[in-house]
Design a protein around this ligand. Structure first.
Ligand code: C5P
Length: 240
């Protein structure tokens, strides 16, 4: 593991181009603490691996959020390629099975550069965009959403993953089931006095801390703030 800190704020860099993402990060050029950032599919698919190198050169830690899900052999090889980018965290879908998640870990270990630490590997359980009703009627999963999330987290632990993405409201249950060391990465965070955007079940950074989240993923409350540095610092103050 390359991360001894078990609590941090991750800014979701949801920008369409590298230019826009780097312009946003320039707000932090004089900051002593360079924020941990999340690069998702939109930015990575538009800019390719070069954007990772550029962000790393600015001393930011990176969560590469590509949510891999394929046959174990393909995921293993893809993870070997991603490990070479030397990001700090990446992820797969737990629905890919324990075998696929274990292959992902093996691939990451194989691709980790000499002298570097393996990126943390996190499982996506059930996407929050999937309601329990749709999970049952379209994914044909008969269990409750909560049991499914819990079962996926247990599978991730069996496969030696480092944690899961979940709602802050589920963080306590996950820690109870998988242990305090098992990481919970939680989006859906809003300040007490702010707009919800399209998020439905939200918590404040302070509440996420009480609920036991290890990493909060915060996008628009920071990226769209009039003063992004102040918004980031407010998050840190409430959460760390
Ligand atoms: O702008 P906002 O704070 O809502 O951004 C949250 C980030 O976390 C986005 O990148 C979004 O895709 C991601 N996310 C989420 N809910 C999940 C999983 C990921 O909001 N269940």
């Amino acid at each position: 593991m390359n991360n001894q800190i078990n609590r941090d704020v991750i800014i979701a860099l949801d920008f369409p181009t590298g230019e826009a993402a780097l312009a946003f990060l320039s707000n932090f050029k004089d900051s002593a603490r360079k924020p941990y950032v999340k690069v998702g599919m939109e930015l990575f698919y538009s800019e390719g691996p070069a954007i990772i190198e550029k962000i790393k050169a600015l001393d930011h830690k990176i969560f590469l959020d590509l949510k891999l899900h394929d046959i174990p052999n393909t995921v293993e090889k893809a993870m070997t390629s991603l490990a070479k980018l030397d990001v700090d965290m990446c992820n797969v879908h737990a629905a890919g099975t324990v075998e696929m998640m274990a292959a992902a870990i093996a691939g990451l270990e194989a691709g980790t550069l000499p002298g570097k630490s393996r990126p943390l590997l996190i499982a996506v359980t059930q996407l929050t965009s999937t309601s329990e009703e749709r999970m049952k009627s379209e994914l044909f999963i008969a269990k409750s959403l909560e049991d499914t999330v819990k079962g996926y987290a247990e599978n991730a632990k069996i496969a030696r993953l480092d944690g899961v993405v979940c709602s802050p409201l589920e963080a306590g249950l996950i820690h109870e089931t998988c242990g305090e060391e098992f990481l919970t990465i939680t989006p859906g965070v809003r300040f007490e006095d702010a707009a919800m955007d399209d998020q439905v079940r939200v918590t404040t950074p302070a509440r996420a801390k009480v609920l036991g989240s290890n990493f909060i993923v915060v996008g628009r409350p920071i990226t769209k703030a009039e003063n992004p540095v102040a918004a980031y610092e407010r998050c840190l103050k409430e959460f760390i």
